[in-house]
Design a protein around this ligand. Structure first.
Ligand code: I3S
Length: 132
């Protein structure tokens, strides 16, 4: 008797305003860091950083605008996440996300509690997307 297929585990969804900067684009280190506070959404194993906007920096946890345009989308399948080493940034609470295509992002929030929930959620997303 065949066992029923396992139900797909839902990725933990999360959204909020984070500071982020892309530092490597597909293996190529970018010359300049551009930190910005932007609306960030984790949904279905994809992390989306929306374009910086006045609204996203000031709007707290509300979605800033229907017109927000994604700037970077990171497929968490095959990605890895670590706490960034001190030489990557002088800021506190910085996460380093590496995507499978060789891009790297730094993600930061002044609140250790908030960055920790993002750390857990992204790790969970990576595990779910990368499971067989
Ligand atoms: O890796 P860097 O160059 O020290 O990154 C800093 C710069 O991006 C800096 O911009 P200016 O070069 O325009 O000053 C930013 O203001 C800093 O925040 C960056 O360093 P941290 O340590 O904050 O990631």
């Amino acid at each position: 008797q065949a066992t029923p297929p396992e139900e797909k585990v839902k990725t933990l969804d999360k959204a909020g305003v984070l500071h982020r900067t892309k530092i490597v684009d597909k293996g190529k280190r970018l010359r300049k860091k551009h930190w910005s506070a932007s609306w960030t959404v984790l949904e279905g194993g994809i992390l989306t950083f929306f374009k910086d906007s006045k609204n996203s920096a000031a709007g707290g946890l509300r979605q800033p605008s229907k017109l927000s345009i994604p700037e970077f989308t990171v497929d968490l399948k095959g990605a890895s996440l670590t706490w960034a080493p001190k030489d990557k940034s002088s800021k506190k609470n910085v996460l380093e996300l590496r995507s499978r295509d060789g891009s790297e992002y730094l993600i930061q929030h002044d609140s250790e509690a908030i960055i920790s929930t993002w750390h857990s959620a992204i790790i969970q997303g990576i595990q779910e997307m990368s499971a067989d």
